[in-house]
Design a protein around this ligand. Structure first.
Ligand code: 3HC
Length: 686
């Protein structure tokens, strides 16, 4: 087998090139090749300096994640970076694309770093439940400063080469031929023998020692973001060690912390999720050579919260949008909200005024439906009612150009029924965005019975263009996400009557790691969503709340009371209503344990997920997990409901559900797939 590492001498510079597509991950062969190349440079007297560069789209994007969990193959990355740093001849990194994780650690071990301005440098290990484990937590603060290193390891977000240059992480920026410029740089430094080693620097650590409160301040400032995650604290501890201890001791701490994380469930969950997210983009049973349709212009029907949010995704990606409303004031209101949202982003420094202008400049608001005629994709985002949707699709059928994709943003309704109101069901697809649509990353792509393969491929590619993570779902009530929400809601509501409080149920969900519980979510979204609007028809707790205008946060009252700062407190009125309903329906009140809440709300979701898989409404269990992490804030350190069920053990899930089966009554039935897998000690994922 040929090595992914090749060397070539250019005068007295040895150019070491890695060619390991797609992202030059630092797999075993790359690591072996790098060490061999450094040995070659040491032993060849003609070589005065070394350049390490990568072919293809990027500099090393990190360790090879597919090797994690397998028996280690020597040399380890920490040994490789130490060997590079110990080279007696100057080693210069030539950075393009993304120098990430182990890739940045290689660059940090080089004595000098040259980069293209478009390059990005970062340590995303925290997103995999890890920390930079090849000296990164020790070298980065020495080179970039402790505060910056903390920000980088905790966010995992890469910084641009320009910023990296400003803080001393990159020594020179260059335009044009990167390798040529780096070779020129290497020639400048080839005679230096007292080489700058990142591991030996102390100046920036000394600054941090002068500010001993720095770490606790950082912890405090980030506490909310980091809640529940194990890796961030380990990252902070490793950098603390860099400041407090000599390098040789610090790396030992780093190694220990790295190994602890690596053997934990969170890292497994987050690494699983990394691949789950990428797998979601792949569509089963579609030929690889299916070409997407060309999408240059998008039409949106409805300028409400959803229509406006959806439009912003395309505008931000530079795709012109025609947005249609029925009345001028609704159109003005909708476009006004979009502009305000953009301006708020600009005020936070995340967009320039020109970009705001650019986005709004390619928006065409109109009352004229016929203006959708030249759009390549038209997304309907109107009121959730089948008759209205059918009417719209019937009209679209008459005006849309041939080959245009007709999409509905419905969150529950039957796409096949909508498609049947057109003469071109093959062009119809569901594109279910999550609210707020300009923020939430998830997109459910609903595959109708007749949706054409190229329509699906287009939807998946377009999702990437507008920075969404798309998951293919089949046609069923609520698709993947909302369908799994239903059993949770049913049981949560019954638990209220049986004696639990909204606070208790929500607390259990938040302690689990969800951003909010079912009742907090109801209050935020609006208790009145889907309500029949007849104040005299009070059949359940929700009807009773709606009838007295407790519609949630927007009315200052819902399942909770809210003060003028929207801070919730338990509501005696709700308690009273719940008790009355329990009494009138003959439900006996008792103490409810937190465990029962988990079993009846979370285990039932797993059961529903299994049902969805069994029916083929999701392509794979990991897709369900992607939906829940990106659509509903399921804690990524638990991987998603299906991965979590696997880590809990399916037998335990089944036992818990059996314990609750009687209480759940006819609302619940077992998924055969779950039962079968549990019996065979099987798993949904992996
Ligand atoms: N190891 C193995 N495979 C990787 C990989 C890695 N580090 N990074 C990406 N890949 C694979 C992806 O799974 C994908 O495979 P597929 O085509 O079969 O689905 C393929 O490479 C392309 O990846 P993307 O679809 O993500 O391509 P993009 O161009 O959108 O993004 C990227 C490129 C920004 C490099 C992105 O892939 C990425 O963020 N990768 C992960 C980087 C990372 O986390 N590095 C740290 C690793 S941990 C580490 O280094 C530990 C060390 O400290 C000891």
């Amino acid at each position: 087998m040929t090595s992914p590492i090749s060397t070539q001498r250019h005068g007295d510079i040895l150019i070491v090139t890695s060619n390991n597509p797609p992202v030059n991950a630092l797999g075993a062969a790359v690591r072996q090749g790098l060490v061999a190349a450094i040995e070659q440079a040491e032993s060849d007297e003609r070589v005065k300096a070394v350049v390490i560069a990568c072919a293809g789209q990027t500099f090393f994007a990190g360790a090879d994640i597919t090797e994690f969990g397998k028996p280690p193959v020597m040399p380890w990355l920490p040994e490789v970076v130490d060997r590079i740093e110990a080279c007696t001849k100057p080693v210069v990194a030539a950075i393009h694309g993304t120098a990430l994780g182990g890739g940045l650690e290689v660059a940090l071990a080089c004595h000098y770093r040259v980069a293209l301005p478009s390059a990005k440098l970062g340590v995303p290990e925290v997103k995999l439940g890890l920390l930079p484990g090849a000296g990164g937590t020790q070298r980065l603060p020495r080179v970039a400063g402790v505060q910056k290193a903390l920000e980088m390891v905790i966010s995992g977000t890469p910084i641009g080469a320009k910023e990296a240059c400003d803080i001393g992480l990159v020594d020179r920026l260059c335009e044009g031929d990167l390798v040529q410029h780096t070779v020129a740089y290497a020639e400048e430094v080839r005679d230096i023998r007292l080489l700058p080693k990142s591991s030996e620097r102390d100046d920036k650590l000394a600054e941090a020692r002068a500010n001993p409160g720095l770490f606790d301040e950082f912890r405090k400032a980030n506490a909310r973001k980091l809640k529940g995650f194990e890796a961030p604290e380990a990252n902070i501890k490793a950098i603390e060690a860099a400041v407090a201890k000599p390098y040789a001791e610090g790396v030992k701490d780093e190694r220990r912390l790295f190994m602890e994380l690596m053997s934990g469930t969170q890292a497994k969950a987050q690494q699983y999720f990394f691949f789950a997210e990428r797998k979601a983009a792949k569509i089963d049973n579609i030929s690889e050579d299916t070409r997407p349709r060309d999408i240059r212009k998008v039409g949106i029907i409805g300028a409400g919260t959803m229509g406006g949010g959806i439009s912003m995704n395309f505008l931000s990606a530079g795709i012109p949008v025609t947005i249609v409303e029925m009345a001028q004031d609704a159109l003005d209101r909708g476009t006004g909200v979009m502009r305000k949202n953009y301006e708020a982003t600009a005020a936070k420094g995340r967009m320039t005024a020109d970009q705001v202008q650019g986005a709004m400049g390619i928006l065409n608001p109109t009352l004229d439906f016929a203006q959708l005629a030249d759009c390549d994709l038209i997304i309907e985002a109107v009121f959730e009612q089948m008759e209205i949707k059918k009417d719209i699709f019937g009209r679209l059928d008459k005006i849309a150009k041939p080959g245009a994709i007709l999409a509905s943003n419905t969150s529950y309704l039957n796409i096949d029924e909508i498609a049947a109101s057109t003469s071109r069901p093959q062009d119809v697809v569901g594109l279910h965005f999550f609210s707020p649509a300009n923020v939430m990353k998830l997109l459910e792509v609903v595959r109708g019975a007749e949706t054409a393969p190229d329509v699906l491929v287009t939807a998946m590619q377009l999702a990437k263009r507008i920075r969404k993570v798309a998951v293919v779902a089949g046609v069923c009530h609520g698709f993947i996400g909302n369908r799994m929400l239903m059993p949770r809601q049913v049981e949560a509501t019954k638990l209220l009557l049986e004696g639990a409080t909204p606070e208790q149920i929500d607390r259990v969900h938040v302690a689990f790691g969800m951003p909010m519980g079912p009742f907090q979510m109801a209050d935020l979204a609006g208790v009145d969503i889907g309500w029949h609007r007849d104040k005299n028809r009070v059949e359940n707790v929700r009807d009773a709340l709606c009838a007295i205008d407790r519609w949630g946060q927007k009315k200052g009252a819902g399942f909770y009371d809210y003060d003028d700062k929207r801070r919730p407190s338990p509501s005696p009125i709700v308690d009273q209503i719940v008790r009355e309903f329990a009494a009138s329906s003959g439900v006996e009140r008792r103490n409810i344990s937190d465990e029962e809440i988990v079993e009846r709300t979370l285990y039932t979701m797993v059961n529903e997920g299994a049902e969805i898989l069994e029916e083929g409404m999701a392509q794979r269990a990991s897709d369900i997990d992607v939906v829940w992490v990106y659509g509903y804030g399921w804690p990524v350190y638990r991987g998603g409901p299906m991965f979590w069920a696997d880590t809990e053990g399916l037998l335990k899930i089944v036992d818990g559900l059996k314990r609750q089966q009687e209480r759940m009554g006819s609302d619940f039935s077992f998924s055969q797939l779950l039962l079968d897998k549990a019996e065979r000690r099987g798993k949904f994922t992996g």
